[in-house]
Design a protein around this ligand. Structure first.
Ligand SMILES: Nc1nc2c(c(=O)[nH]1)N[C@H]1C(S)=C(S)[C@@H](COP(=O)(O)O)O[C@H]1N2
Ligand SMILES: [Mo]
Length: 318
């Protein structure tokens, strides 16, 4: 049977040169117009982002607003302008490609310096915890930022259940790496699997969050389904997606961007307008959807974390 698609089924990416399409999508996303319509006659409505998410409603036990009263960035922007290099390096690639990630069943390996290591199914990992919503600012090192209502659980509550020993000075996290589900990964330019880490006191800080959803629904794949970190006072790359491994360790663990270019990406990577990056100024940033830049705040505007770093030279430990 030959199926002739109606004209509306043709994706705009198929009828415009790829570069132009990407640029327009990127421009629309940055302007906060997201993936919604607006494309001129002859093009389909740009609702062509494949459904790469369950998008199931979550039952949220409590809500807190931790973004200075700012309105969240539109969902369509946050779910179509992403960094998830395993699914491509353009901002609109993850939304197009991450649908191949199978997020159920999902097992997380808890290992290392703890009394109760184990392999846990996602549901078992989450079961004892009530899901909260936290509206956080999120700032990428590339000088763009968003405000997102994440749904998840405090990272400390989960970690404590495994009873880390006194040797657990750091926590290392690992993303799933499956070439079959991530065919674009071979062009990522980074060493995979993606790995990240936090000092144990950072991981235990009440702001550190393990997110399973956003905007009241389960996480879209492109945003790191089924679970990811959201560490609001650090640059976005610390917020590792699609976690399959959590390991308590004694020594500072390797981290993906630090391995690639240590002079540009430190282990701590706290948002700091006083420490510059060779390609993006860290003094200011643009909220996606806004025209004008705004100053970047120390610790991304979360001064309550400063005590974690007392006595440390944050220029040296960037
Ligand atoms: N596994 C993995 N995690 C990742 C990344 C990635 O490429 N792979 N990108 C990071 C970067 S640079 C940012 S800014 C955030 C983006 O999260 P968002 O797409 O939900 O906004 O994810 C972080 N986590
Ligand atoms: Mo980022």
């Amino acid at each position: 049977m030959i199926r002739i698609p109606p004209p509306s089924a043709v994706r705009s990416s198929e009828i415009t040169p790829e570069g132009l399409y990407r640029n327009r999508r990127r421009f629309l996303a940055e302007m906060g117009i997201g993936a919604v319509g607006l494309l001129t006659a002859g093009y389909t409505q740009a609702k062509d982002v494949p459904a790469s998410a369950d998008g199931l409603p979550l039952s949220i036990a409590k809500k807190s607003e931790r973004a200075g009263g700012e309105t969240p960035t539109p969902f369509d922007t946050v779910s179509t302008y992403n960094n998830y290099y395993e699914f491509g390096t353009n901002k609109d690639d993850p939304a197009q490609n991450a649908g191949t990630l199978k997020t159920r069943p999902w097992t997380v390996a808890i290992s290392g310096e703890c009394e109760a290591p184990g392999m846990l199914d996602l549901d078992a990992l989450l079961k004892p915890h009530a899901i909260e919503e936290r509206i956080y600012r999120h700032r990428c090192v590339e000088a763009w930022s968003i405000v997102v209502p994440w749904a998840g659980v405090p990272l400390a509550d989960v970690l404590k259940r495994f009873k880390p020993t006194s040797k657990a000075k750091y926590v290392a996290f690992q993303t799933i790496y499956d070439k079959a589900q991530m065919p674009q990964a071979k062009w990522s330019g980074i060493e995979l699997p993606y790995v990240e880490g936090l000092r144990i006191d950072e991981a235990m800080h009440p702001l550190a969050f393990l997110s399973v959803g956003m905007y009241g629904k389960t996480m879209p794949n492109q945003n790191g389904a089924p679970l990811r970190l959201t560490i609001p006072w650090k640059y976005g790359f610390k917020s590792i997606k699609s976690i399959v491994g959590i390991r308590f360790v004694e020594a500072m663990p390797p981290t993906t961007w630090n391995k690639l270019q240590a002079s540009e990406y430190g282990f701590f990577s706290n948002v700091n307008p006083e420490v510059q990056h060779p390609r993006w100024s860290q003094k200011s940033e643009r909220r996606l959807g806004e025209l004008f830049k705004r100053p970047t705040l120390m610790f991304n505007g979360y001064p309550e974390v400063a005590s974690l770093y007392s006595g440390m030279d944050l220029r040296k430990f960037y």
